[in-house]
Ligand binder design. Structure first.
Ligand code: NAD
Length: 244
């Protein structure tokens, strides 16, 4: 028997990168999985693609209700949808701050609010939020993005305290630079993509980018009963960067 047999998971941002790797990893382990994304995800055996915009409360509620309706409940919520932002505080105006916080922080609040009534009825409920090493690393040119991911870490710890006694564990995974289409887009904009890629690899203590599958393994662990006594942690998947 696979460890997620009989369990239902919803993964935001499930169309690409880390989210797509999480969808595949949960499915491989027996879960029925919904991929919630702005972009379409084709339905497959045990995988349901649901169009949803995490900045739109009604869209999120409809999507979560549809998943629970289709699969008969919800046990795991993976809050992964996120967008980037570059620059110092001098570079991003209020509208840009609100746009990024709306996706990266409020997006997670909306999905959690919609999912909680279902998670409370689950016998092994878990929420995993995807943060970033940017929450604690003090990266240059990432003021807004870092603030949004710091909020994700704080939110995860606060939610863990609020919901543990309801049987819902809440944890956070903090990836280092991961080899996803997001980073591909960043490299496409660089003057010298090869040199930029080498610089990103050199920033990781293990000299390479983190794979989306490595992040997915951490998410799967925290969502699984193996982590039954773990709630409120931020698990780094960054080649040791946070320890430098
Ligand atoms: P990605 O761009 O490959 O995928 C992000 C997905 O989120 C896309 O499919 C996109 O359509 C979806 N999305 C964006 N806005 C949405 C919205 N409003 N509603 C619903 N879906 C939306 O990015 P990725 O690299 O896989 O990143 C996933 C998560 O991992 C993000 O939260 C990101 O901050 C985090 N992260 C990424 C890295 C990295 O280096 N790639 C490092 C640390 C943390």
């Amino acid at each position: 028997m696979a460890e997620f047999d009989g369990r239902v998971a919803a993964v935001t941002g499930g169309a690409s990168g880390i989210g797509a790797a999480v969808v595949a990893a949960l499915r491989e382990r027996g879960a029925r999985v919904a991929a919630l994304d702005l972009r379409p995800v084709p339905d497959a055996d045990g995988v349901l693609g649901v169009r949803a915009d995490v900045t739109d409360d009604a869209s999120v509620r409809e999507a979560i209700d549809a998943v629970a309706d289709r699969f008969g409940g919800l046990d795991v919520l993976v809050n992964n949808a996120g967008i980037g932002a570059q620059g110092t505080v001098a570079d991003n105006d209020d509208a840009e701050w609100l746009r990024v916080l709306d996706v990266n922080v409020l997006g997670m609040v909306r999905t959690a609010r919609a999912a909680l009534p279902y998670l409370r009825r689950s016998s092994s409920a878990a929420i995993v939020n995807v943060g970033s090493i940017a929450a604690t690393a003090g990266l240059p040119q990432r003021a807004l993005y870092s603030a949004s991911k710091g909020a994700v870490l704080a939110l995860s710890r606060a939610m863990a305290a609020d919901h543990l006694r309801e049987g819902i564990r809440v944890n956070c995974v903090n990836p280092g630079t991961a080899d996803t289409p997001w980073i591909g887009r960043l490299l496409d904009r660089a003057d010298d993509p090869e040199a930029e890629r080498a610089a990103l690899c050199a920033r990781q203590p293990h000299g390479r980018l983190v794979s989306p599958e490595e992040v997915a393994h951490a998410v799967v662990y925290l969502a699984s009963p193996l982590a039954g006594s773990t709630s409120g942690v931020g698990l780094a998947v960054d080649g040791g960067m946070q320890d430098l």
